[in-house]
Design a protein around this ligand. Structure first.
Ligand code: GMT
Length: 378
């Protein structure tokens, strides 16, 4: 096992980019010889079901004694973290998403052996939404200040954390990453013909269809482009705004040109079908799906918000416009989809940027440096 560390990872196992990043990081660290212990209420969905060396899973059981109106998940989690830390002699608890995980890790650290260190990774809404809630603000600030290291997925999120919580401590920037063995342009010509004729271009949106994603803007951009050229829209994912979006598509008479794919697991394969990804979000601290698209050679047209401008290089790997400016986004989309040379140039730039700036080896190494630093083993 050599210099391998023993690392407990806690995340939301069943939804969102933060769970994906935490799980993929755990898998990569395990490949590098670290012992990884997932401490979650369900098996993280990206973990898969096959046996993987160096990966362990510890399920958090919540006590639902009849006096509880709300079973105390946070206490069960903290207690499980401490048990696993002691039983496995963990070096690090790495928690993804501050609420409640960073608070639970603080409690666990008090209960566990004295050498345990806590690393907290902030992902976005744990700060941009929850830290605005006065009933949680002080608790989040406390847990961040008490962590041995804190990382955030974009410069913008670091800035917002400082502004909203008045935090002055160091926060490390660790961008999200993709596994380049999984995310690369797939050979999908056989599939593409199922959705579009050869002369048509494919626009795509992938999200959880929450209001923050502004999926109505996706439809608006698509309608504007469809007036000028033959295009199809593929919508991937599900969520609360889906009925509204379906209704709008019917009102506009666009049903024949829109494909609803629902939730999909093989994202690299699905994204490879697209000529452009649309991400017009109101807020996005990073925008993992735009990175997944970039790694498959697909440019993104997105909004200027949060960490998106740090990820999508305007004019090089996609285009950015102000939030809600669907006219500008449609203009960029039409430009990209009608100029093959520009599309090829952008595809190459996407592949280069994904592999050099956001590749798994680089970011995993950065996390390892942080672990070694907090353990005083630099
Ligand atoms: O907002 C979501 O879609 C879920 C949320 C999460 O906790 O997974 O996403 C946040 O974390 C992702 C992974 O770091 C980022 O790519 C998303 O941009 C961020 N979402 C927001 O900031 C709204």
């Amino acid at each position: 096992m050599g210099d391998g560390l023993k690392i407990g990872i806690t995340c939301y196992p069943s939804l969102g980019g933060s769970g994906v990043v935490a799980t993929e990081l755990g898998k990569l660290l395990a490949e590098r010889g670290h012992q990884i212990h997932f401490i979650t209420h369900n098996i993280p969905f990206r973990l898969g079901t096959t046996f993987q060396k160096n990966i362990h899973y510890h399920e958090v059981d919540v006590n639902d004694y009849y006096v509880f109106r709300y079973p105390p998940y946070d206490l069960s989690l903290a207690s499980k973290m401490a048990q696993v830390a002691n039983m496995q002699n963990l070096d690090i608890l790495h928690v993804h998403y501050a609420v409640p995980h960073a608070v639970c890790a603080y409690l666990a650290k008090k209960l566990a052996h004295p050498n345990l260190k806590v690393v907290t990774t902030l992902h976005g809404t744990d700060i941009t939404v929850l830290a605005q809630d006065e009933s949680l603000k002080d608790m989040i600030r406390f847990a961040i200040n008490e962590s041995d290291a804190v990382t955030a997925v974009s410069q913008d999120l670091i800035r917002e954390t400082r502004d909203l919580l008045d935090i002055t401590r160091d926060i490390d920037l660790t961008y999200n990453f993709i596994d380049k063995r999984v995310y690369y342009p797939r050979e999908i010509s056989h599939l593409r013909s199922e959705f579009a004729y050869p002369h048509e271009k494919i626009m795509m949106h992938i999200s959880n269809f929450r209001p923050v994603k502004r999926v109505s803007d996706v439809v608006d951009v698509f309608q504007r482009v469809a007036e000028k050229m033959p295009v199809r829209l593929m919508l991937v994912g599900e969520g609360p705004d889906m009925p509204k979006v379906q209704c709008r598509i019917r009102e506009l008479g666009l049903e024949d040109r829109v494909h609803f794919l629902g939730k999909q697991d093989e994202i690299a394969q699905v994204i490879s079908l697209a000529d452009v990804l649309l991400l017009p979000s109101e807020k996005e601290s990073f925008g993992l799906v735009a990175l997944e698209a970039m790694a498959c050679g697909v440019p993104t047209i997105g909004s200027i918000t949060g960490g998106v401008p740090e990820l999508v290089s305007h004019g090089e790997t996609g285009f950015l416009a102000p939030i809600g400016d669907t006219e500008k986004m449609a203009e960029y989309a039409a430009l990209l989809l009608s100029d093959d040379q520009l599309a090829t140039r952008m595809k190459e730039a996407c592949l280069y940027r994904a592999q050099h700036v956001f590749c798994n080896d680089k970011i995993t190494w950065e996390y390892e440096q942080i672990y070694h630093r907090v353990l005083g083993r630099e």
